[in-house]
Design a protein around this ligand. Structure first.
Ligand SMILES: [Zn+2]
Length: 199
């Protein structure tokens, strides 16, 4: 009897250990896919993982400034508030979002305004007004719809812009999970239209 009891206890300990191990492994496998996609698009590496005060997940080229993390939360907070106004319910948790902070490929736009952006392959923007010769400068870009992930550029000031970009990139993801029709209509800016989509 005692033997069976202790045998069962060993099994349950193993089971718990196994479940923990499984979910940790599964999470890092998904994250590895996201990291590879972020690398492919930006040519950066993302060795630093952190969380925003409200639980947003961040991979970044450098240890992020606390003002940067706060701005991410502000952008998501605004996004979630607008989403709730539209009666959307899916993916309205901070931890649903993985945000990559890449090196800025430029810090000023064509008008000389502070505007840290990333250069990405032009793809469907080739030949459009956005095309800079095979690439475009983007404030942010969605990496994956499910799980929700996007990339933005590192800022050292002007953090309200970070909040805005987070809110705007997040719009695509909220729409993907709550209003597929509007998502399809607004996902590709080369066809015209921009942000905010939701007001
Ligand atoms: Zn967009």
């Amino acid at each position: 009897m005692n033997k069976i009891k202790s045998f069962l206890r060993v099994i349950s300990i193993f089971a718990v250990g196994f479940i923990l191990f499984q979910s940790a492994a599964a999470q890092s496998r998904v994250d590895r896919i996201l990291i590879n996609e972020a690398k492919r698009i930006t040519n950066d590496t993302f060795p630093v993982f952190s969380e925003t005060p409200k639980g947003g997940r961040i991979y970044s080229v450098n240890q992020p400034d606390s003002k940067m993390l706060k701005a991410v939360d502000d952008g998501l907070a605004e996004l979630f508030a607008i989403a709730r106004k539209h009666k959307y319910r899916n993916r309205l948790n901070y931890s649903d979002y993985t945000i990559f902070i890449a090196k800025a490929d430029r810090t000023k736009d064509n008008n000389g305004q502070y505007s840290p952006d990333i250069a990405v392959a032009a793809a469907q923007y080739a030949g459009s007004v956005y095309d800079q010769g095979g690439y475009i400068y983007a404030a942010g870009m969605v990496l994956a719809n499910n799980p929700c992930a996007f990339v933005i550029a590192e800022h050292t000031k002007g953090f309200q812009r970070v909040a805005d970009v987070v809110r705007y990139e997040g719009e695509h993801l909220v729409l993907y999970h709550n209003d597929r029709k509007l998502f399809n209509k607004t996902a590709d800016h080369s066809q015209g239209g921009g942000h905010p989509v939701l007001r």
